[in-house]
Design a protein around this ligand. Sequence first.
Ligand SMILES: *[C@@H]1O[C@H](CO)[C@@H](O)[C@H](O)[C@H]1NC(C)=O
Length: 180
Amino acid sequence: MSRRCGRTAALLLLLTAIPIALLFSIERSASGYKYSGGGWFHECAKWDASADRFLVSTFTSGTIGEITIGTGSELEEKTVVSDADVAGNWSLGIAIDRRRKRLLVVYADVLGLTYGGVAAYDLGSWERRFLIQLAGKGGEKSFADDVAVDEDGNSYITDAKANKIWKVGLNGELLSVIRK
Ligand SMILES: *[C@@H]1O[C@H](CO)[C@@H](O)[C@H](O)[C@H]1NC(C)=O
């Protein structure tokens, strides 16, 4: 290795060490809950007060996990939704519809952008109430990303690629597309 290369390598090492050191200090100073669970990255977390738990989307694994606040210091994550009908897609935004006791979940093929959809699951039995496809092959390139729900149970899903919002009705019917 030439001197120049050696210096470049040292500089690279230093540059990568900075964010790593930052991460460590954040980890140490944060007073939060620690738990071990599946996957390597979690996209969205919501507190479900009705059952004293966090619900999380596990991103690349495409599932939904439940984290219950117990008495131990280390918490375990339990998978509550692993929907075979959208296998291969990633789970992204989630929203709790308290009135109807259900969880809305956005799924998308993040790498290929060939699929995007939203589903609703019962917060108790985890039975699926609906699954609707919003984006697919051949249509406009879309990236279904996050979801919000209104008082009447309509859900609004953001398209982070084509700058629009899908409005989906109570029972999973596509009502309209909101554009700027
Ligand atoms: C996403 O789910 C759809 C609907 O079932 C499926 O056709 C598609 O193959 C899935 N995408 C990937 C990347 O697996």
